[in-house]
Design a protein around this ligand. Structure first.
Ligand code: TYM
Length: 329
């Protein structure tokens, strides 16, 4: 049997090139080697304010972006989280083996709740447990994500190990897959932050649906470091970030890129990067627009069936382990 991967993205905000480089690109590359499940995590999106109509539309949009990024629904299972109710059922059971202290240490929660702790939603606090349920439900071996999800993955592993210890071997303990290059793409307007869907300033991100003029304008405005040399250098995060995007969208090596930009200025880098991005996103957006509603419905229906099969089998085992199977007889 092929080893399994699971991953997902929240249908909030707009997916950006950071999501593509840090996650979707790897999913597309790994799907031929692994039995792959790619989920649109619309239950996670409930932790953000969004009206129902937008939530519905974004769920479909994100799935289309998966397909445009090269996820092949004939090879991979593409589905919507809320279509498989086992995700929420397992979340409750895992809540009962997760500790408050563990969730309080989650940096994403701390950042999102900030000083509003008392007013932060319980869903936001519990978000990592739903994520653990997503992963563990499929007996996942590998979880391809960006750097920002590493801590959630560690928690998932701890929850799985604790459950296995308390109730007997039930879950496979997953490993994160975080690529060395591109796992944390930075905001164009502020290289101290990651590029983020929830950022209010749209100029910090290149969205996968941005048109050519917008892409050119955003790169032109991008913050750079002091100095003039164009090379990969960790002490100069803004330029290294632009070069990393260039590297991963063009597939050229670091040496080639440094040679190409030798003696050139930042304006040239920004303009070449904008053109490389437009070149990459033009066919991407054509694929995105080419997926009909009917096709997407068929993909979701097949995905739901396949995901449910696996999820039901895990839940049957989990119910027996914890001693609640009687309620189903
Ligand atoms: P989300 O929706 O925020 O992001 C989707 C994926 O994109 C990665 N990513 C980035 N990679 C590089 N640079 C960036 N600036 C950047 N920003 C985001 C994220 O690491 C992620 O891989 N909690 C998850 C969704 C989720 C999930 C799961 C993931 C729910 N259940 C189970 C894996 C397995 C999230 O909010 O991702």
């Amino acid at each position: 049997m092929r080893k399994r991967i699971f991953s997902g993205a929240q249908p909030t905000g707009n997916l950006h090139i950071g999501n593509y480089i840090g996650a979707l690109r790897n999913w597309a590359a790994l799907q031929h080697e692994y039995d792959s499940f790619f989920c649109v995590v619309n239950l996670h999106a409930l932790t953000a304010t969004q009206d129902p109509k937008t939530r519905r539309e974004k769920t479909r949009e994100v799935a289309r972006l998966y397909l445009a990024a090269g996820i092949d629904p004939k090879v991979s299972t593409v589905f919507v989280q809320s279509d498989v109710p086992e995700h929420t059922e397992l979340t409750w059971i895992l809540n009962c083996v997760t500790r408050m202290g563990e969730l309080e240490r989650m940096t994403q929660f701390k950042e999102k709740a900030r000083k509003q702790r008392e007013n932060a939603g319980v869903g936001l606090f519990d978000y990592p447990v739903l994520m653990a349920a997503d992963i563990l439900l499929y007996q996942t071996e590998l979880v391809p994500v960006g750097q920002d999800q590493k801590q959630h993955l560690e928690l998932t592993r701890d929850i799985a190990m604790r459950f296995n210890r308390d109730y007997g071997e039930t879950f496979r303990v997953p490993e994160p897959f975080i690529s060395k290059v591109g796992a944390r793409i930075l905001a164009l307007d502020n290289p101290e932050k990651k590029m983020s869907k929830s950022d209010e300033n749209v100029n910090g991100s290149i969205y996968l649906t941005d048109d050519a003029d917008t892409i050119r304008r955003k790169f032109k405005r991008a913050v750079t470091d002091s100095g003039t040399e164009i090379r990969f250098d960790e002490t100069r995060p803004a330029i290294t970030n632009l070069l990393t995007i260039y590297q991963l969208l063009t597939g050229r090596t670091r040496e080639e890129i440094e040679a190409h930009f030798e003696g050139k200025g930042y304006a040239q880098l920004k303009s070449d990067l904008a053109e490389a991005t437009v070149e990459f996103l033009t066919p991407f957006q054509e694929r995105f627009r080419g997926i009909s509603d009917e096709e997407l419905d068929r993909i979701f229906a097949a995905g739901r069936e396949r995901a449910s099969e696996v999820a039901r089998a895990t839940m049957k085992d989990v119910r027996e382990r914890v001693g609640i199977e009687g309620a189903r007889i």
